[in-house]
Design a protein around this ligand. Structure first.
Ligand SMILES: NC(=O)c1ccc[n+]([C@@H]2O[C@H](COP(=O)([O-])OP(=O)(O)OC[C@H]3O[C@@H](n4cnc5c(N)ncnc54)[C@H](OP(=O)(O)O)[C@@H]3O)[C@@H](O)[C@H]2O)c1
Length: 372
């Protein structure tokens, strides 16, 4: 049996520590993957720095991480699409309440993944490039395609034009880069926001119009661009995106719906290591007031809102549409870009902590990756 090692989060607020982990056995519908590259997401360092304020169901020691690309080692019963030796990319579910075993975290050599959250990758695609996809794809797809969110038609290689427009606020982020491509593949026109240095980048991904989210006139400019259009909803990513998207949706014709990818909060970045007393006295009341203000704004504008949970597609038909159908075919046909591009910042489990620190400082239209 191979030896497994993980970058463990030993306790809340602690630094990752590399140590031995059990080599997992796949259950029904599960696959053991030898990870060759993992990508870093904001949730990884957010969990480390906020303790039990988020994902409180995670027990310590924990294995964080959601994005893996690697080789199939073993498959469990009922796995039909993969066999040992196949190369794949997958959304590891270890941060999800229903799947919190350390074996399902990404930051280790061998991870158990669910077949329905995995797609084969073509031989022309390297592991580092592929590893940028999972959480970005899953979160964007959960917002765009789940029936209780924007509910767009499933993406296709040659989509029929719906004539409708989607707003993706934060198009150069990892989630936004995938949302642009998926909305276009669902036959929609896409309006997005980014910093001017990334206008070319989001246009290449398929965005039809792009606006600077730091411009003082951005809300007015987008409302103007939407005049006469049929709106199909918005995905809000980034600080202050929720209020902007609600305001724009309220003035549009069509589906007045905003999916919150970034949880709206009055605190743009919370201080690290908040204790329970600060939570009760400072964070909770301000968050409540802020949420009530946003809810009122939405209600007055006739806008429905809902927060997205990036792994919720695992429980419905959207995981099959994306990981079983669209993504394998689109990657094989070179019709989907693994975006944002990977920046490999280290090799080996020891490099993951510094990659988290780097992601926390902020990235722009790139995804940090560690090879294993
Ligand atoms: N709900 C979920 O399940 C879930 C899952 C994944 C991520 N998220 C959240 O979704 C957001 C994006 O995550 P990510 O991994 O995609 O982020 P990321 O790639 O690390 O985000 C960096 C990008 O965000 C853009 N950005 C920063 N502030 C912005 C703002 N105020 N408005 C618009 N764009 C802004 C930057 O654009 P420029 O460089 O062009 O300025 C940059 O390209 C984060 O808040 C993350 O916590 C939620």
């Amino acid at each position: 049996m191979p030896k497994n090692f993980a970058a463990w989060l030993p306790e809340k607020f602690e630094r990752l520590k590399v140590g031995e982990a059990s080599y997992p056995t796949p259950g029904a519908g599960e696959i053991v993957v030898r990870n060759r590259a993992i990508a870093i997401n904001p949730v990884d360092w957010l969990k480390q720095h906020t303790g039990d304020m988020m994902l409180a169901w995670i027990k310590y020691p924990a294995v964080l991480g959601t994005d893996v690309a690697g080789d199939v080692v073993e498959v469990g019963a009922k796995v039909t699409r993969f066999r040992p030796g196949d190369r794949l990319v997958a959304h590891a579910l270890g941060l999800t309440k229903s799947n919190t075993r350390p074996a399902e975290g990404a930051f280790q050599l061998y991870t158990v993944i669910q077949e329905r959250m995995a797609a084969p990758i073509p031989s022309s695609m390297d592991y580092a490039s592929a590893s940028v996809l999972p959480l970005g794809v899953s979160t964007a797809a959960s917002a765009l395609f789940q029936r209780d969110y924007l509910g767009l038609q499933a993406p296709r290689l040659q989509p029929a034009d719906t004539g409708e427009t989607v707003l993706i606020w934060g198009g150069s982020s990892s989630v936004g880069s995938n949302a642009i491509q998926l909305a276009v593949a669902a036959g929609h026109r896409v309006i997005t926001t980014a910093s001017p240095r990334n206008f070319g980048y989001v246009s290449q991904l398929g965005a039809h119009q792009v606006f600077d989210y730091n411009s003082r006139t951005v809300r007015r400019d987008i409302k103007q661009a939407l005049k006469g259009a049929t709106f199909a909803g918005a995905l809000a990513l980034g600080a202050k995106s929720a209020a902007a998207c609600i305001e724009i949706a309220a003035s549009s014709k069509g589906k007045r719906f905003v999916a919150f990818g970034t949880y709206p909060s009055p605190f743009e970045s919370l201080p690290d290591r908040l204790g329970p007393w600060e939570m009760i006295t400072r964070v909770a009341p301000a968050t409540l007031l802020f949420s009530m203000g946003l809810a009122l704004k939405a209600r007055l504008g006739g806008v429905k809102t809902k927060a997205v949970w990036g792994s919720s597609l695992k429980d419905n038909e959207v995981s099959g549409q994306i990981y079983g159908d669209f993504l394998p075919r689109a990657l094989a046909a070179n019709a989907y870009v693994a975006a944002p591009p990977a920046r490999v910042v280290g090799d080996g489990l020891e490099a993951i902590q510094s990659a988290l620190d780097l992601q926390k400082k902020g990235v722009s239209a790139e995804k940090l990756v560690v090879t294993l």
